[in-house]
Design a protein around this ligand. Structure first.
Ligand code: SAH
Length: 289
């Protein structure tokens, strides 16, 4: 029953009058074995509440409903939402929401299982993972982003998302998935990733104000990852118009805090978190709040 193959998926989309929308990252799973793999890897127990982002035609949702207490499924596309309402009209443990996940007030869940819209991976990560007590995640995402969150592959992939993600989460496993397991096949390669929350998130990151500074700081220095840290910080502060600090002063401040002026890529994730705290403090010592 409900073996979501390519032909069937095309047929349903035709009937619904839907042309897959690239901007919404509409690439539907057409292979049941991938769905099974996702369910297996998610290790859901029957008393868990799950968040699904972008259920689409419900290929994954259908299985999630069998194994969990409840599924919150956020689908932005009204036609798909209507289709799902109908499809799951007899099912009690689903709550379908026709909302943009990025704007939604999501109820607390401790697991997210989704083949997410690839177009908004970064903002989704920020919304669901970059916070105190994040959920664990079993997600299909773009392979190039998956490679960047697994820091083990150092330095080529060491980037903004590496640092932000690893400040809150631990990447556990990654499997490559062929793009032909989706309709339409996306241009990019995909990966299934299993991630879990860190137990030791730096307490500095637990206030919204500090967290948003940290994310800005990382976004601001990583474009200069091949420069020394003092240069990168100087350029971030100047270009983002935070404050104009002379380089020697930044150098001296770092020295005072026992930080060497090395290349940005030499720093570990946790060192960069700590550094964002120091720079935050430096700015607030200098600027009246
Ligand atoms: N999970 C389904 C569909 C994946 S395609 C499957 O595996 O087959 C991505 C889905 O996310 C689409 O249904 C798209 O309409 C939905 N989507 C895109 N942007 C969204 C947003 N901001 N909020 C909620 N859903 C979104």
């Amino acid at each position: 029953m409900n073996n979501m193959n390519k032909r069937e998926t095309q047929l349903i989309l035709n009937e619904l009058g839907i042309t897959p929308n690239k901007k919404l990252g509409q690439n539907f799973l057409i292979d049941k074995t991938i769905v099974k793999k996702i369910i297996l890897e998610s290790q859901i127990s029957g008393d868990e509440v799950i968040l699904e982002i972008g259920p689409g035609l419900g290929a994954l949702t259908e299985e999630l409903l069998k194994f969990s207490k409840k599924v919150y499924a956020y689908e932005i596309d009204y036609k798909l939402f209507q289709y799902l309402k109908e499809k799951f009209s007899q099912i009690e443990n689903i709550e379908l929401l026709n909302e943009d996940i990025l704007k939604a007030n999501i109820p607390p869940t401790n697991v997210i299982v989704s083949n997410i819209p690839y177009t908004i991976t970064g903002p989704i990560f920020e919304k669901v993972f970059y916070k105190e007590k994040p959920p664990r995640g079993i997600l299909v995402i773009e392979n190039s982003i998956a490679e960047r969150i697994f820091v083990q592959n150092k330095y080529k992939n060491f980037s903004r998302i590496t640092v932000s993600f690893n400040a809150f989460m631990v990447p556990v496993k990654k499997y490559n998935i062929s793009r032909f397991k989706f309709f339409p096949a996306p241009r990019i390669d995909l990966s299934l990733i299993i991630v879990k929350p860190r137990e030791n998130i730096n307490p500095f990151l637990l206030s919204d104000k500090n967290k948003s500074f940290f994310l800005r700081f990382i976004a601001g220095i990583m474009p200069y990852k091949n420069k020394n840290i003092v240069n990168a910080i100087y350029l971030f502060l100047k270009i983002k118009k935070v404050i104009n600090f002379p380089k020697p002063e930044i150098l001296q401040y770092l020295k005072k805090n026992n930080i060497n002026n090395e290349k940005v890529t030499k720093f570990k994730v946790d060192e960069l978190v700590q550094l964002s705290k120091l720079i935050f403090e430096l700015i607030h010592e200098t600027l009246p709040i």
